[in-house]
Design a protein. Structure first.
Length: 217
């Protein structure tokens, strides 16, 4: 468990926050329904409601968008002195030797890294592609759930699925999450140049020069 503690702790925090969101979201939804003289939802009905689903997945999609862009952008873009960046002279996909590919693979290398051809080419981009797929899945789920939620609101204008995609409600939900993710990445990139957290891999050693960019913390 200790060797997987980072994943386990954050998975536990995720489940705790999700349960908390479920109960508080249910209470908030029924308060709004009561103020409008509309029927209330049971916990079970709220769990599968479009209102709950859209509130959950609109945050998921922005997180996966952040990671997708981060994984792909940091191949080429650099920030001198940041632990979020490679050194400037390593910008780009790097050599086979640096990436331990081709004749530089070992018996312990992943099987698809040793396979060559399309499998190695796909595997070499698999993390970014996985983040992209998760973003597109959760963004689509937000789109459909938001459409159902909008059309279930007696005060909202009814729309087709395509009309909802171009609506202010859908893009407001998306952009208000995206801007916070982009700000967080930019803040982390620049603050890690000058600030330290002893023992964290997200920080350089406390005594390292500000200009050092590699992740050696």
């Amino acid at each position: 468990m200790r060797e997987h503690s980072l994943t386990l702790v954050f998975a536990g925090l995720f489940l705790a926050a999700l349960v908390g969101q479920f109960f508080t979201g249910h209470a908030d939804y029924n308060e709004r329904q009561a103020s409008l003289g509309q029927p209330l939802l049971s916990l079970g009905s709220y769990l599968v409601s479009a209102d709950f689903i859209v509130d959950v997945v609109e945050n998921w999609q922005s997180e996966y968008l952040q990671f997708f862009l981060y994984v792909w952008a940091t191949v080429w873009l650099v920030q001198r002195g940041s632990t979020e960046s490679k050194p400037a002279d390593k910008a780009g996909p790097e050599s086979d030797e640096e990436q331990q590919l081709g004749r530089h693979t070992t018996e312990s290398s992943p099987r698809w890294a040793r396979a060559g051809g399309w499998r190695t080419a796909l595997y070499s981009k698999s993390l970014g592609l996985a983040m992209l797929a998760l973003f597109l899945f959760s963004w689509t789920a937000q789109w459909i759930a938001g459409w159902f939620a909008n059309n279930s609101d007696p005060l909202a204008t009814k729309m087709s699925l395509l009309e909802y995609f171009f609506s202010a409600d859908f893009w407001n939900r998306s952009l208000q999450n995206w801007q916070s993710e982009f700000l967080a990445i930019a803040s982390m990139a620049i603050l890690s140049v000058y600030l330290r957290q002893r023992g964290s891999p997200e920080s350089k050693p406390v005594g390292a020069a500000h200009s050092v960019s590699d992740r050696s913390g």
